[in-house]
Design a protein. Structure first.
Length: 404
């Protein structure tokens, strides 16, 4: 690509996350260090956002997710496109195709493994030829998990000359609320899986996002309600583990089994000690399971969508975003039996306030920190950006990465 006008274009700037990110970028990059623009399908909504945020000298680009010509023209003007237009399985294909064909780098906040696998299978070779760097899951799913494992493994190599064969992640604290976009993505995935037995099988495969030639076969832990002796607390399944674990295993595969060919990884939520902790773990597991079962039944799903669940464009208030946070603990053990721990924290609600900052910094990292000539294709945050992104998140996005 020859001298594009912008470093980053935010496609879907008027979405719920897009608006948060636009406000963040307007202050974070006010010094002109990053050249950026906003894009979406409605010029009037883009103008309203620009006026509300007080953007000056920030271009607006009108493009629809289904307009191939407009997407190609948009890609020609930038190094990196951020996409917040989900559910990606419904609206994301054309932009990934345009980026892969044009050599434009791309990142998003997708947590839809079935769609990510489809994009990999269709456009990996195209992106490799064009030099496009495609990085899905650059929000709360799955940057803290992927980079948290990377950070702990790097420290294990420095301290002990080896990586850890197993890492467990525990959600110690998570405060935040869901948005309509996330709910819409979950509902769409359930609809797809309900009528597709092959997809249901794929969604059970922990290595479904690894390259086809991977040779991993270790049976991964199946987290259920249990007492965790290492943490000293009851635990329950974590709803984001379905995507996070697959991204971590893809990172292992892309790094030539850098964590080991038999590497084990799992995630769970800490619910507390004693009888109360056990009851909370059971309630969490039953609630999550019941919700997924309810979404499979069309009349119940319809009622939930109409009367209970947030609609697309809805999400936590600004106050709730500011008061949100997350605290994740990663634990692994060396061959000699020595426990190693790393903690990753964020200072905003995980799904939106923190995600917006993570996604913006991932895009800036793609635009400015990755060496020219890097092999194009579908990467993960850890394998492509690694320590450079950790540094950005520490300095500019309110995240911490610390050994304990």
């Amino acid at each position: 690509m020859v001298n594009p006008s912008f470093d980053i274009i935010v496609f879907g700037a008027t979405s719920f996350v897009g608006q948060i990110m636009t406000r963040y970028m307007s202050t974070q990059f006010a010094d002109g260090s990053v050249r950026w623009a906003i894009a979406g399908r409605s010029e009037s909504k883009l103008q309203t956002l620009s006026d509300d945020v007080g953007l000056t000298n920030i271009d607006m680009i009108v493009a629809d997710a289904t307009d191939d010509a407009a997407l190609q023209a948009m890609c020609a003007r930038t190094k990196v496109v951020i996409s917040t237009v989900g559910p990606y399985a419904l609206y994301g294909d054309a932009l990934v195709k345009a980026c892969a064909e044009s050599g434009t780098h791309y990142c998003d906040l997708s947590g839809e493994p079935q769609w990510i696998r489809k994009m990999q299978s269709q456009y990996e070779e195209t992106a490799q030829k064009s030099g496009a760097l495609i990085v899905h899951c650059c929000g709360f799913d799955s940057i803290p998990s992927d980079l948290g494992v990377h950070f702990l493994q790097q420290n294990a190599k420095k301290s002990h000359g080896q990586t850890l064969g197993r890492i467990n992640m525990r959600v110690v604290k998570m405060k935040g609320g869901p948005s309509g976009g996330t709910v819409a993505s979950i509902i769409n995935m359930v609809k797809e899986a309900a009528g597709d037995p092959d997809l249901r099988k794929q969604l059970k495969d922990p290595y479904s996002l690894c390259p086809p030639d991977h040779d991993f076969s270790s049976r991964q832990p199946d987290v259920k309600v249990a007492y965790d002796d290492d943490y000293g607390s009851w635990i329950a399944p974590f709803v984001m583990a379905a995507i996070n674990t697959r991204i971590v295993h893809r990172s292992n595969a892309l790094s030539d089994a850098g964590y080991g060919s038999d590497f084990l990884y799992e995630e769970a939520v800490v619910t507390g000690k004693g009888g109360r902790g056990k009851r909370m773990a059971r309630a969490s597991a039953w609630g999550m399971g019941g919700f997924m079962v309810a979404l499979v039944v069309p009349p119940v799903r319809w009622a939930l969508e109409k009367f209970v669940l947030p609609k697309p464009g809805e999400g936590p208030s600004e106050k709730a975003q500011l008061e949100g946070e997350f605290n994740l603990l990663f634990m692994g053990e060396t061959d000699a039996g020595e426990m190693m721990k790393a903690r990753v924290t964020g200072d905003r609600d995980p799904g939106y306030g923190s995600t917006a900052k993570m996604l913006a910094q991932a895009a800036a990292c793609l635009a400015q920190d990755i060496p020219d000539g890097t092999q194009g294709g579908f990467w993960t945050p850890a394998t492509l950006m690694g320590d450079a992104l950790i540094a950005r998140l520490r300095d500019h996005a309110g995240l911490t990465f610390e050994m304990e």
